[in-house]
Design a binder for this molecule. Structure first.
Ligand code: B4P
Length: 190
């Protein structure tokens, strides 16, 4: 299975990615997690990504695309993968198309998790109390939402045209959302 998980900040991508990846036996590849790991290790990639992430901006496409290309070429991604938080721009969609074409496979599905915008802000503010992520302040959350609406939400139409989109209601308990995702994906995994 080659899957994409999309949705606004706080919709539950990172939360659901692990369950979906385990279910299908593929690695969950989260660009946000890879950037954060590089930031905490102080690598050159982390130093570059940090200033964008702290402002709620997207890391430049060339940097992000190369990072995903490297990750997807690792052996554990041969049977498939779940991309969490990638692609987020049209340039990333195009690059991902090329990467998947190079493997001789195709994309199986795009899961889009939806939730009310007030709920999204509440979830991220609640997380900031626990995890203290630098980009979970109210001002940066609003900037992330604006960028999502301008740059990433329009990409859903691209995948809708290809008949790949499964829209999932992300409101309610985590387990309920997982169940909805499995119901949608198990139909195509037969
Ligand atoms: P991400 O790490 O992808 O951040 P995110 O959009 O907030 O999603 P995340 O997965 O963390 O949160 P989730 O919705 O699961 O990206 C961070 C930054 O990295 C970006 O702003 C950007 O700078 C950079 N970046 C990443 N990918 C990039 C790309 N492709 N191109 C350029 N830049 C990129 O969960 C949020 C909270 O809600 C959690 O606390 C969770 O516990 C809670 N929650 C989840 N489901 C819930 C439910 N059903 N009910 C209640 N709470 C729930």
């Amino acid at each position: 299975m080659r899957l994409i998980l999309m949705g606004p900040p706080g919709a539950g991508k990172g939360t659901q990615a692990k369950f979906i990846a385990d279910h299908f036996g593929v690695p969950a590849i989260s660009t946000g997690d890879i950037f954060r790991a590089n930031v905490s290790q102080g690598t050159p990639l982390g130093v570059e990504a940090k200033r964008y992430m702290e402002a709620g901006e997207y890391v430049p496409d060339e940097v992000t695309n190369q990072m995903v290309r490297n990750r997807i070429s690792e052996p554990d991604a041969d049977p498939g993968f779940l991309l969490d938080g990638y692609p987020r721009t049209l340039a990333q969609v195009e690059e991902l198309d090329a990467m998947i074409a190079d493997t001789g496979h195709q994309l199986d599905a795009v899961v889009v998790i939806k939730a009310d915008s007030d709920e999204l802000v509440q979830r991220l503010l609640a997380r900031s109390e626990i995890e203290g992520r630098a980009d979970d302040s109210e001002e940066v959350i609003r900037r992330r939402q604006e960028i999502y609406l301008a740059e990433t939400e329009p990409l859903i139409a691209v995948y809708l045209q290809r008949g790949l989109v499964h829209e999932i209601d992300g409101m309610g308990e985590v387990e309920e959302v997982t169940k909805r995702i499995f119901e949608a994906l198990d139909q195509i995994d037969q």
